[in-house]
Design a protein around this ligand. Structure first.
Ligand code: AMP
Ligand code: ZN
Length: 114
C-alpha cells in the first residue's frame, strides 16, 4: 500500500534495522523502543489487523507465530522471557494500520498489560 510505512520497510523503500525475514513477515527494531528489546514483526501482506484474516489464511497466521518464536530464540530472550503484543484498533492505540506484533524483552515488566 502506497502510504504505509511498514509496506515501505518491507519493500526496502524506508530504512529499518531488520533482524529477521521470511515469507510471512519482516522483523525490525522499533523506532521508539518501550523496552531494551523492542522488535516489530510486520506481516508481509498489507492487512490492517487480524480481523481481516480468513480461514484460508491459517498457514500465513501460523507462519507469523512460528516466526515470533524463532526471532525470540535468535535474540536470546527465551530464558528470561518476553511479551508479545498486538494492538488492534483505536482503543488499543494501534497507530500503524498494518498488522504487526511487538516483541518486548530485556527487563521485568508490569504484572498488568494496561
Ligand atoms: P502500534 O501502536 O501497535 O500501531 O505500533 C506501531 C509501532 O511502530 C510503534 O511502536 C512505533 O514506534 C513503531 N514505528 C513506527 N514507525 C516506525 C519506523 N519507521 N520504524 C520502526 N518502528 C516504527
Ligand atoms: Zn502496509
Amino acid at each position: 500500500m502506497a502510504d504505509c510505512i511498514f509496506c515501505k520497510i518491507i519493500n526496502g523503500e524506508a530504512p529499518a534495522k531488520k533482524v529477521y525475514e521470511d515469507e510471512y513477515c519482516v522483523a525490525f527494531h522499533d523506532i521508539s523502543p518501550q523496552m531494551p528489546v523492542h522488535i516489530v514483526v510486520a506481516a508481509k501482506r498489507h492487512v490492517a489487523s487480524i480481523l481481516e484474516f480468513k480461514e484460508e489464511d491459517k498457514e500465513f497466521v501460523g507462519g507469523i507465530q512460528l516466526a515470533i518464536a524463532n526471532i525470540a530464540r535468535e535474540l536470546g530472550i527465551t530464558e528470561n522471557g518476553f511479551r508479545v503484543i498486538n494492538n488492534c484498533g483505536k482503543d488499543a492505540l494501534q497507530t500503524v494500520p498494518h498488522l504487526h506484533y511487538h516483541i518486548l524483552a530485556g527487563g521485568k515488566m508490569g504484572a498488568k498489560i494496561v
